[in-house]
Design a protein around this ligand. Structure first.
Ligand SMILES: *Cc1c(COP(=O)(O)O)cnc(C)c1O
Length: 366
């Protein structure tokens, strides 16, 4: 299947004032996460009469938006998160972009939005990365984080699916998501707040889910935790995922457990890739429910060796400690060095950065 070359829907406009090379290099020295934006963006419009039209690659700039645009009132909004990596010989690599294109369409369905055709999504991402390729860092751990998103732009205050949308792609140079992951991060178990309910929007990557996770996040911060893990909404018993990352439990018998995708958990592409990688390395991977009580018990008995969170932004991040109102528990023996998470992280990153052969066909050259 030819993944990329399609009839073009996106016009390249004369691009004014790209950041001068020396300034760009200074900005990229210490890019942080989500603040060092590239020079350009793609904008494509949707209307009922014209469908997707007026696709443009242009200088990055504020969006003209009517104050009645329905996204501002009723939150019809979805997004994706993906990365471009600089490989050997300065080649630029994308990781499974067609999976993001597919999930974006799924999110649109959940939010009653007009879906962006997958070819258009991929063309937009390719064009932006091509023109902003100098913004892809070559530093270890660095990448160009790409943020496609779609908003309801129709100016009206009625509660119904909009008839006009904007599809936009922006990008930023990023370093590591967490400052130091070698020892793992402590996470807070949210008992008062849930992220998603059966029949809700948990499988869509939408801003509303993130907005709803912020009070739990704030509670986590108060207890010294950078991240929150959510329990299921009905029994408040089963581990689901973090606010923006899926979760794996590593048993001491080469078995990995991850919660099943049963309608409330986001279908992570990193999660899916780790399942394949781990099976090929001889691990047994079970997609089955795992409770907080079990987690506590397995951590105490030593049956649980490690736990980690995974997602595009932070790749694989070990969990060092779990905190809730019933008392904290540590994972692994005295801050152990998480060999399984490290092995999987290195394998995944080696593929993403083109350092090893890619037997899965996951990597796409820009
Ligand atoms: C984006 C996201 C993930 C991770 O998905 P990846 O495709 O691996 O980046 C996990 N959970 C939630 C809620 C997310 O929004």
């Amino acid at each position: 299947m030819s993944k990329t070359k399609i009839s073009s829907m996106i016009m390249i406009e004369a691009t004014s004032n790209p950041t001068p090379a020396d300034k760009r290099k200074a900005m990229m020295e210490n890019p942080g996460f989500g603040t060092t934006f590239s020079d350009h963006m793609v904008v494509v419009r949707y209307s009922e009469e014209k469908g997707w039209h007026d696709g443009r690659l242009m200088a990055r700039q504020p969006l003209p938006l009517d104050p009645a645009a329905s996204v501002l009132h009723y939150a019809q909004e979805i997004f994706e998160g993906m990365k471009a990596y600089r490989g050997k010989d300065d080649e630029i690599l994308l990781f499974r972009p067609e999976e993001n294109a597919r999930r974006f369409r799924h999110s649109a369905d959940v939010m009653a939005m007009k879906p962006v055709p997958e070819e258009l999504f991929l063309e937009a991402v390719h064009k932006l990365v091509e023109i902003d390729r100098d913004w892809v860092p070559d530093a270890e751990g660095g990448s160009l984080y790409i943020r496609p998103f779609q908003i309801a732009s129709q100016p009206f205050l009625g509660v119904k699916p909009a008839k006009e949308y904007l599809f936009v792609v922006i990008a930023c140079s990023v370093g590591s998501y967490f400052k130091d992951v070698s020892k793992g991060v402590p996470i807070w178990v949210s008992e008062n707040h849930v992220r998603a309910v059966p029949g809700g929007t948990g499988t869509a990557k939408c801003g509303g889910n993130y907005a709803a996770s912020l009070t739990a996040q704030a509670e986590g911060y108060e207890h010294g935790c950078a991240q929150v893990v959510f329990l299921d909404a009905l029994e408040r018993r089963w581990i689901e995922e973090l606010g923006g990352m899926n979760v794996f439990f590593v048993m001491n018998d080469k078995t990995l457990i991850t919660p099943p995708l049963k309608g409330t958990i986001l279908h992570g592409i990193t999660r899916k890739s780790i399942i394949e990688l781990a099976r090929d390395k001889g691990y047994t991977v079970l997609e089955q429910p795992y409770s907080l009580d079990q987690w506590r018990e397995d951590a105490r008995s030593g049956k649980l060796a490690e736990a980690f969170a995974c997602g595009t932004a932070a790749v694989i991040t070990s969990i060092s400690k779990v905190c809730d109102t019933h008392g904290d528990f540590e994972i692994g023996k005295d801050g152990a060095n998480n060999p399984v998470a490290n092995e999987l992280r290195e394998s995944l990153i080696d593929i993403q950065r083109g350092r090893v052969a890619d037997p899965y066909g996951w990597v796409e050259r820009v």
